[in-house]
Design a protein around this ligand. Structure first.
Ligand code: ACO
Length: 268
């Protein structure tokens, strides 16, 4: 049987793909379980510096599998339903706090449950042709699995409300205007653009990248004073993993004068 998740590692980028194109990459329990295994396998590999999540075929992900994730699982009872939720939410959570920076490369359809992994990725780039929708309302449920939280965190309240209540799709350009993704480019240019962004990240200190991505997610819910304190402690914790990196960054600027931190990263 074909694996529901495909991946290749090339030039320090792990290209991970939802791989049920015939089902528009909707997420069934098998895909969710396999995705966690793939994330495990890639997370601490030395040759993986950035992870990109995209989809095979015309879809990024058509959300949860209405047949296998909802109907068939619910028919097995509450324990099975909770187990399926744990598997899905589990890998999205794992991705939110992943050791390496992550990029969603949204090549096509992105619906409902797809907003979980979309938000979990640190950055998101979409094809202008991609279509995004909270289609839950169209088949009679609320946007669960975090999807409501995702749009409230990323969009204005008016846009989030309209998006959730109407179930209308927006294309990649509008998703970028609404800040659901960082940027939209024509599908033909999407991989090149994502590769260029990944290469920017690959040139940075990996310990600083992990500390920074966690800090950006954490401080949003903190008061200024709590954030100030957290950031001091987070940097000091980062120093225990990489106490030489920042010293080298200062040295190349102040002593060697070989680069300017305002303009680019120091040589790793
Ligand atoms: N759950 C289960 N099966 C799905 C899903 C899904 N979310 N999405 C697509 N499929 C299946 C179809 O049933 C079809 O199966 P079949 O070949 O056995 O008949 C196959 O994938 C291909 O789908 P089509 O509808 O034929 O593909 P098309 O390209 O015409 O349309 C589209 C793509 C618009 C994505 C359509 O499949 C669709 O509306 N899917 C559902 C999207 C959705 O609302 N997802 C749920 C969001 S809510 C949530 O995730 C909690």
């Amino acid at each position: 049987m074909t694996s529901p998740v495909a991946f290749d590692v090339e030039n320090n980028i792990a290209w991970v793909r939802f791989n049920r194109p015939e089902k528009r990459n909707c997420m069934n329990p098998a895909l969710n379980r396999r995705m966690m295994e793939v994330l495990d396998e890639l997370e601490y590999r030395d040759d993986v510096r950035v992870l990109v999540l995209s989809g095979e075929g015309s879809s990024w992900s058509a959300g949860m599998d209405l047949k296998e994730y909802f109907r068939e699982t619910e028919a097995k009872g509450l324990a099975a339903t909770r187990a399926a939720q744990r598997d899905a939410y589990g890998w999205w959570r794992r991705l939110r706090w992943y050791q390496k920076p992550t990029i969603a490369m949204v090549n096509g359809w992105c619906f409902g449950g797809g907003y979980g992994p979309l938000f979990a990725c640190d950055l998101a780039f979409a094809a202008e042709e991609a279509q995004f929708g909270l289609s839950e309302i169209n088949w009679g449920i609320l946007p669960g699995g975090g999807a409501t939280k995702v749009v409230v965190d990323l969009l204005t309240l008016r846009d989030a409300m309209y998006h959730a209540l109407t179930g209308e799709m927006i294309d990649g350009k509008k998703a970028a205007a609404w800040k659901l993704v960082n940027e939209a480019v024509p599908l033909a240019d999407l991989k090149d653009r994502v590769t260029a962004v990944a290469n920017i990240l690959i040139a940075k200190n990996p310990v600083a990248l992990k500390a920074t991505k966690d800090a950006v997610r954490r401080v949003g819910e903190m008061t200024y004073d709590n954030a100030e304190d957290y950031l001091v402690r987070a940097q000091e914790a980062a120093n225990s993993y990489d106490n030489e990196g920042r010293k080298e960054g200062i040295r190349q600027f102040i002593d060697e004068k070989t680069y300017k931190p305002g303009l680019r990263a120091y040589d790793l």
